[in-house]
Unconditional design. Structure first.
Length: 269
């Protein structure tokens, strides 16, 4: 695999040259929809193209599973479990925010071999925050190895989509005295960054598309948290539509899991 710092430099260079010049400068023809409310911008496409060239140029024989390419050719989803080393790219996670000129977007990149995630990078271009991890070797911000410390008191985090059963999960979390706040930033990458940096306690999602979660799940685990499918099975980038939960600790993971996976009564608040 390419040196992690080299990969980080590819991400930062792409953000500087392709993504940030387009932020709040998109023209009317620069934004379209892949589906209702599912935006793609010229910056998404160009950033994915740029990262693809840099990564495959530096590691011949590797392949790329990018969100925008897969939207046009779903057969590319099979690359995550193929024999060739695979780069999994979300060029702009939080495109809805980006397209509307709002803060709240990130670049996500993961490296997988035969279905196993070996490395992951999370980058916040606005805050210039980079976190990366290598399987079995820890998670880092710069030269500092990360170790998530669970904060005392009520826990807070993010909960997206129709996790478990949507309404039941949302009500269970909002009504629990153990949960302090549910705050969604509209960007999976920033949610994982928040957990890794001790700014949030958990991140729950109902879809496990690999470009949204492969990097963040690895970073959380390597930083000392717990990250896996909600049923307790290890995370697998080849599984695309399953609840995933990342948390700052085993205890926090179990607290959130028990709240959303156990039956609750849906009486009016």
């Amino acid at each position: 695999m390419i040196d992690p710092q080299t990969v980080a430099s590819f991400i930062q260079e792409t953000a500087r040259s392709v993504i940030m010049p387009r932020f709040r400068a998109l023209k009317p023809g620069d934004v379209s929809e892949k589906g209702p409310g599912d935006y793609v911008t010229v910056a998404d496409v160009e950033a994915e193209r740029r990262l693809t060239a840099l990564l495959t140029g530096a590691q011949p024989g590797s392949v790329v599973l990018g969100e925008e390419s897969a939207a046009k050719n779903p057969a590319l989803m099979n690359l995550a479990g193929g024999d060739a080393p695979c780069w999994i790219i979300d060029p702009i996670d939080g495109t809805n925010n980006f397209a509307h000129g709002r803060p709240g977007f990130a670049v996500l990149l993961a490296y997988a071999e035969q279905g196993a995630v070996r490395a992951g990078w999370l980058y916040d271009p606005l805050g210039e925050r980079m976190v990366w991890a290598v399987a079995g070797k820890g998670a880092y911000r710069g030269a500092t190895r990360l170790k998530i410390a669970s904060a005392p008191g009520r826990i807070s985090g993010a909960a997206y989509g129709k996790a478990v059963s949507g309404e039941r999960a949302a009500k269970a979390l909002s009504r629990s005295e153990e949960i302090g706040e549910i705050r969604n930033q509209g960007c999976s990458g920033l949610e994982y960054l928040a957990v890794a940096l001790g700014e949030a306690d958990f991140s729950l999602h109902s879809r496990s598309l690999p470009w949204d979660h492969a990097a963040g799940m690895l970073v959380t685990g390597e930083a000392g948290g717990k990250a896996c499918f909600l049923d307790g099975a290890p995370y697998d980038p080849r599984v695309f539509d399953r609840d995933v939960l990342a948390a700052a600790s085993e205890k926090t993971w179990k607290t959130v899991h028990d709240l959303v996976a156990s039956p609750v009564e849906l009486r009016p608040a």
